[in-house]
Ligand binder design. Structure first.
Ligand code: ADP
Length: 521
């Protein structure tokens, strides 16, 4: 079954988005071409412009980081954590950059700024996003090869934030207190040293191109598309920056506006795409609820139909038995007539079975027949099928599968249905609990000469002893929207396969469901 794609990072962009992205890239490069011949025109310091641009970029970066961290938590993604941290670093570095910028808040810049301070902070700032995108692309590939999302460790947001803060403080200290350790960048507050500028831009361009190549080499998502657009703006800025002579030239200002544009692109894209995905998710949840209601209604109809079909032969059987009794209760019992009535009763009860069998046959034919299957493979497949559901509820899943498990002869669809039902129940039982780790463990073992066993344990609310037997009864449910049929059908399926399904209290908390099935060895 195809897995649902719900994250910004795994949903493919639609053609219209690609077209808009390309149009923005074209616009950015047209700006570059137009600005290049006039970029060294000296404009001079524009009061208030640096703090204004800086505030805009800072807000964009921090909003982007917040959205990316939120996605990283839900999807347990290291790649997104690194990317979000890159945006935090980029945003926070803008603070010392603006504070030390000559003429922004004071003539010489604050924080004890010297001639090269702002320049070197800007280098770190300009490198932060391309480097973060490069490692995002790298880790994204590693994330994708991890078998199950629920098996991954939770996203390390706090570490990401702490490292980001530490790096920003380090860069600020290096550029202020450690100013003399760094190579010279500016002749004075205005004039830049060309050789240093070229080296710096070549390094930024190299990282930007490496990040773009990393994104282009893999399956692209909506997020990747907008990162590529933002990086092309980043590339254009660096090309524009390459031959600059002064901090206050026209090119330098166009450079800053392009940077703001690139930050805006990512932020707006993230907000729009998250809202779009949220709307899609809400619609699909509503559709699923409707489907569930429809299923309940059709089950009602099936139950009514069975009751109707079965009632008639049952009434006939009851009547025949009463007739037989009245033949026998006479002062001179007529055994011949009584036997005839009893035969009629037997025929009627046979018809009851036929009705039930025919209803079952309708369902069984849809599901195919039994074949040799690996319970381990089925457990893995089902786990990955439930990936999103587990991740969305912040549940970790651990698989401990015995590799020596022999195959079983079973109806794959039915056994998978049982597993899905057990996992769904486990997830739902954990959602009710608070301040407890949400863990599910699936364990398979070769039990003995004849049987294999698969256990599904959770750390959820557990089941009280008096309910242990009740929960397998049809229509027993403690959920507002439950049908109470899952476990009773699951038990029927397992018993029809010659196995057993039962429950025991979990280790300390929660519950463990045990599924025992005969194997083929
Ligand atoms: P439903 O899920 O529709 O309620 P089921 O037959 O699957 O129907 O489950 C019956 C009841 O058993 C549930 O309502 C719940 O109270 C209980 N139950 C099932 N699995 C678990 C579990 N893992 N932990 C706690 N209670 C459970």
């Amino acid at each position: 079954m195809a897995q649902e794609t719900l994250g910004l990072f795994d949903t493919a962009p639609v053609r219209q988005e690609i077209r808009i992205g390309l149009a923005i890239v074209a616009l950015v490069f047209i700006t570059l071409i137009v600005a290049t011949p006039v970029h060294n025109i000296y404009v001079g310091a524009i009061p208030g412009l640096i703090p204004a641009l800086d505030a805009g970029m800072l807000v964009c970066d921090l909003i982007s980081a917040a959205i990316l961290y939120a996605q990283a938590v839900v999807f347990r993604s290291r790649a997104l954590t690194v990317l979000a941290s890159g945006y935090v670093i980029s945003g926070l570095l803008l603070i010392p950059w603006a504070l030390t910028f000559p003429g922004a808040f004071s003539a010489a810049g604050l924080l004890g700024a010297k001639v090269n301070t702002t320049g070197w902070i800007a280098v770190a700032w300009r490198l932060s996003v391309p480097i973060a995108v490069f490692f995002y692309g790298w880790l994204k590939r590693a994330d994708a090869t991890d078998r199950s999302l629920a098996e991954r460790p939770p996203a390390r947001i706090v570490q990401g934030l702490l490292i980001s803060f530490a790096l920003v403080i380090f860069v600020t200290l290096l550029a202020t207190l450690g100013h003399d350790l760094l190579p010279s960048f500016f002749i004075d507050q205005n004039q830049v040293i060309q050789s240093t500028l070229i080296t710096v831009n070549v390094v930024v361009i190299a990282w930007t191109v490496a990040a773009m190549v990393m994104l282009l080499r893999q399956e692209r998502s909506v997020l990747d598309l907008w990162l590529l657009v933002a990086l092309s703006a980043w590339l254009a800025q660096s090309l524009l920056n390459l031959p600059l002579q002064s901090r206050f030239s026209l090119g330098a200002y166009v450079f800053l506006v392009l940077t703001l544009v690139s930050n805006l692109i990512v932020m707006l894209a993230l907000i729009t795409e998250s809202n779009r995905l949220y709307a899609r998710l809400a619609l699909s949840t509503a559709a699923r609820d409707r489907e569930r209601d429809a299923r309940l209604i059709s089950m009602d109809a099936v139950a009514a139909a069975i009751a109707h079909e079965v009632a008639q032969p049952l009434v006939a059987a009851k009547l025949s038995v009463s007739t037989a009794l009245s033949w026998l209760n006479r002062s001179e019992p007529d055994t011949k007539m009584a036997i005839r009535s009893l035969h009629e009763a037997a025929d009627s009860s046979e018809r009851t079975f036929d009705v039930i069998k025919s209803v079952r046959a309708t369902f069984v034919t849809e599901e195919g027949t039994r074949s040799e299957i690996s319970l381990n493979d089925l457990a893995r497949e089902t786990a990955s099928l439930m990936d999103r559901e587990l991740a969305a509820r912040k549940v970790s899943l651990k698989l401990s599968l015995d590799d020596s498990l022999p195959p079983i002869l079973a109806n794959r669809v039915q056994i998978q249905r049982v597993l899905i039902n057990l996992l769904t129940n486990a997830i739902e039982s954990m959602v009710q609990t608070r301040r407890r780790p949400r863990n599910i463990a699936i364990r398979s073992v070769l039990l003995d000469e004849q049987n294999v066993q698969l256990d599904v344990s959770d750390t959820g609310a557990g089941i009280s002893p008096d309910r242990m037997a009740q929960i397998f009864e049809p229509f027993f449910t403690t959920k507002a929207t439950g049908t109470g049929l899952g476990l009773s059908l699951s038990r029927t399926i397992i018993e029809e396969h010659g196995g057993r399904l039962w429950v025991s209290p979990g280790d300390g908390c929660g519950a463990t469901f045990h599924m025992q099935l005969p194997h083929r060895r």
